[in-house]
Design a protein around this ligand. Structure first.
Ligand code: ACO
Length: 326
C-alpha cells in the first residue's frame, strides 16, 4: 500500500517593519482617540513600512526566518506562494520578486489574492502541491502593506490596519490518514461575492487605473464575521476528523478583538486557547495569521504536536479555516 502523504509546517517566521504608529499618533491626524480605538477594536499600535520598503522586502525577511526555523536553504525551495492584496507591482507576482530577492532557483511562484483570508487560501493551494508530490519545500507567505491603501482622512478605516509579513515552510510527511497525523488535516474555504461592496478598494487597473483606498461598512462586516466564521471553523474541524474541544490553539485572523471574542463565545472556546496579537499588530490582512502563529511559537505557547486551528475573514467577502497538527 502506498504511503499517505500530508504537508507539514516545518518552519515559521515573521517580520514587522521598525516604525510603530500608536493610536495617539493617529489622533493627531484624524478625529479619534486611543480610548475609542482600544475599546472598539483592542488595537493599541500598528507597524508601518518605510516608503522604500515594498511588500516583497517584508516577505523576504519572514521567508528567511521560516527557512532558518525549518533548517532549510533557499536552494531547497521549489514553490513560493505569496498571499497579498498589496503587491509591489501589478505584475509580476510578488512571489516572483521574492524568488529573485531570495535567490531561489527556477520553481513555481505565484500570488494568491483573497484579502485577509489569503493565508488560509494559499495554504490550501500549497497543501495540494506538497501532498500530491509536486513540491517538497514550499514557502507560503502572507505579506501586506495595508497602510498603502488607507484614506488617511477616514477615521473609520485608517486606525484598523498595519503592515507585516509571516511565512511558513511546508514539507511532505508520511501520515496514516488519521487525525493524529502531523500536518494539515482539513480546510473549509468560502466566498460570497454578493457581499463584495461591504469591503473593497475603490480603484484598480481595469477600472480607473488608480491604486484606490480601502472602503468598508465596518458594522456589517463585523456581523458577517462573527456569524459565518464559526460555521467554517466547524466545517474545517469536521473535514479534519477532529472536534473543536480537541483543538489546543486557535489562531484567528487579527482584525478586531471584539470579533475574536464574539467567535470564541459562539463556539464556546476557552479564551486562554485563543492567540491574540491585534493589540500590537492591528489588521495585517493575509499576514496576520502567520504573524500570530510565529509570536505564539516564539513565546513558548504553541509547541510541536499541538493541534492548531486557523480562521480568517476578509474582502470578497471571503472566509475560511484550516486545522493543522504542528
Ligand atoms: N474614532 C472615533 N470615532 C469613530 C471612529 C474612530 N476611529 N471610527 C468610527 N467612529 C464613530 C463613527 O463615526 C460612529 O459615529 P456616529 O455614531 O456619530 O455616526 C461611531 O463611531 C460608531 O461607528 P460604528 O461603525 O457603528 O462602530 P463599531 O462599533 O461598528 O466599530 C469597527 C467600528 C471597529 C470598524 C467595527 O465595525 C469593526 O471592527 N468591523 C469589522 C472590520 C473588520 O474586521 N474587517 C475585517 C476584514 S478586513 C479585510 O479583509 C481587509
Amino acid at each position: 500500500m502506498s504511503a499517505f502523504m500530508r504537508s507539514a509546517i516545518t518552519g515559521v517566521g515573521s517580520y514587522l517593519p521598525e516604525t510603530i504608529v500608536s493610536n495617539a499618533d493617529l489622533a493627531r491626524i484624524v478625529d479619534t482617540s486611543d480610548e475609542w480605538i482600544v475599546e472598539r477594536t483592542g488595537i493599541r499600535q500598528r507597524h508601518r513600512a518605510r516608503d522604500d520598503q515594498p511588500t516583497s522586502d517584508l516577505a523576504v525577511e519572514a521567508a528567511l526566518a521560516a527557512l532558518k526555523d525549518a533548517g532549510r536553504d533557499v536552494g531547497d525551495v521549489d514553490l513560493i506562494i505569496v498571499a497579498t492584496t498589496t503587491p509591489d507591482l501589478t505584475f509580476p507576482a510578488t512571489a516572483a520578486i521574492v524568488q529573485k530577492k531570495l535567490g531561489v532557483p527556477v520553481c513555481a511562484a505565484f500570488d494568491v489574492q483573497a484579502v485577509c483570508s489569503g493565508f488560509v487560501y494559499a495554504l490550501s493551494v500549497a497543501d495540494g502541491f506538497v501532498a500530491r508530490g509536486q513540491a517538497r519545500c514550499a514557502l507560503v507567505i502572507g505579506a501586506e502593506e495595508m497602510t498603502r491603501l488607507m484614506d488617511w482622512s477616514d477615521r473609520t478605516t485608517c486606525v484598523l490596519f498595519g503592515d507585516g509579513a509571516g511565512a511558513v515552510v511546508l514539507e511532505p510527511v508520511e501520515g496514516r490518514n488519521t487525525p493524529a497525523d502531523t500536518g494539515i488535516l482539513g480546510f473549509a474555504l468560502r466566498s460570497d461575492g454578493r457581499k463584495s461592496d461591504l469591503l473593497y478598494v475603490d480603484g484598480g487597473v481595469a477600472t480607473d487605473g488608480r491604486v484606490g483606498h480601502l472602503r468598508m461598512q465596518g458594522n456589517q462586516v463585523f456581523r458577517h464575521a462573527v456569524i459565518n466564521i464559526a460555521e467554517a471553523i466547524e466545517a474545517a474541524a469536521a473535514a479534519a476528523g477532529i472536534t473543536i474541544a480537541e483543538v489546543d490553539w486557535f489562531v484567528p485572523h487579527q482584525a478586531n478583538q471584539r470579533i475574536i471574542k464574539g467567535v470564541g463565545e459562539r463556539l464556546g472556546l476557552d479564551e486562554n486557547k485563543v492567540i491574540s496579537t491585534v493589540s500590537h499588530h492591528a489588521n495585517t490582512s493575509a499576514a496576520s495569521i502567520p504573524l500570530a502563529l510565529d509570536t505564539a511559537i516564539r513565546d513558548g505557547r504553541i509547541r510541536r504536536g499541538d493541534l492548531v486551528l486557523f480562521e480568517a475573514m476578509g474582502g470578497g467577502l471571503t472566509w475560511g479555516a484550516c486545522a493543522v497538527r504542528l
